[in-house]
Design a protein around this ligand. Structure first.
Ligand code: 2AM
Ligand code: CA
Ligand code: CA
Ligand code: CA
Length: 268
């Protein structure tokens, strides 16, 4: 993908995201048709599905040769990362969307032959678009984001992580994670992985840890982070795999290794 193609796809995707966000805001106070998926707290609404369908239909019309991975099933099942792939989460933070009516995002990451080219995380209610193109930096609306602070220490870090890290879990001994939260400056949970990653890229939070995330939760946010020096991988420090669900660690480069060392101590 050359710069001209990247720019054209970026502008097209940005327009669709704004349009999709406006539709969500317009219809979010109508009945949401809430359903549970894998468990009673894993929720989906008609607006999750309609938003994904809106985006997928437009991609199919405009770029019939591109592939799509989406949470709600309108995309393709892919076994490799060849070609151009749009990785879409139509509403990231559905529980926030349903209960709190805020703090949710549309997330899109566009890869070409496995390389992240374009990333978006759109905070729908605050109308904040985080966006990035490979090699051209990451932005919050019109403001260019600075490279992440290379002097950051774990003791001064704000880390996004949900409370299951401190309960018995399959990834890591929770007593090690209790030690971790006592080591860092503060822990936060906002309930949208995509927004948490955007906040790491913005430098208002220094890391985000998740026990299990799908490609659509993180694709857009990882591409943003790449542009400011943020590092993304699984719980063992392996690079992100855009075709697999896995634990996720995204962090300021100065503290990434120490987080992986902490996890190693309690890794199951
Ligand atoms: P979602 O809202 O798109 O489902 C909530 O802690 C964060 O984890 C959200 O970003 C949510 O994305 C994501 N998540 C990933 N897998 C999940 C699951 N099985 N159930 C609920 N949230 C999940
Ligand atoms: Ca979901
Ligand atoms: Ca998600
Ligand atoms: Ca979602």
């Amino acid at each position: 993908m050359n710069q001209e193609q990247r720019q054209e796809i970026y502008e097209t995707a940005r327009n669709w995201i704004y349009e999709a966000g406006a539709q969500i805001r317009e219809h979010m106070n109508e009945p949401l048709g809430i359903e549970a998926k894998s468990n009673p707290n894993d929720l989906v609404t008609i607006l999750d599905k309609q938003t994904e369908k809106f985006l997928v239909d437009r991609i199919h019309q405009t770029y019939p040769e591109h592939h799509i991975i989406g949470e709600e099933g309108f995309g393709d099942t892919l076994s490799n990362v060849d070609g151009t792939i749009w990785i879409i989460d139509p509403i990231d933070g559905t529980m926030n969307f349903i209960h709190q009516k805020r703090t949710f995002a549309i997330s899109i990451g566009i890869l070409h032959n496995g390389v992240g080219e374009i990333g978006f995380v759109y905070d729908v209610m605050d109308d904040i678009l985080y966006h990035a193109k490979r090699g051209e930096g990451a932005f919050k609306n019109d403001i260019k984001l600075a490279s992440l602070d290379k002097e950051k220490k774990l003791e001064e870090a704000i880390v996004g992580m949900n409370h299951f890290w401190l309960c018995n879990n399959k990834v890591v001994d929770y007593t090690v994670m209790q030690k971790f939260v006592r080591t860092i400056r503060g822990a936060r949970t906002i309930g949208s992985a995509a927004l948490e990653l955007a906040h790491v890229a913005e430098g208002i939070q220094d890391a985000y840890l998740a026990l299990s995330l799908a490609p659509w939760d993180v694709a857009g946010g990882i591409i943003l982070n790449k542009e400011v020096g943020g590092i993304a991988g699984d719980a063992d420090g392996n690079p992100w795999n855009p075709l697999e669900r896995s634990p996720a660690v995204v962090a300021n480069p100065a503290i990434y290794r120490s987080i992986i060392e902490f996890l190693k101590e309690g890794r199951k």
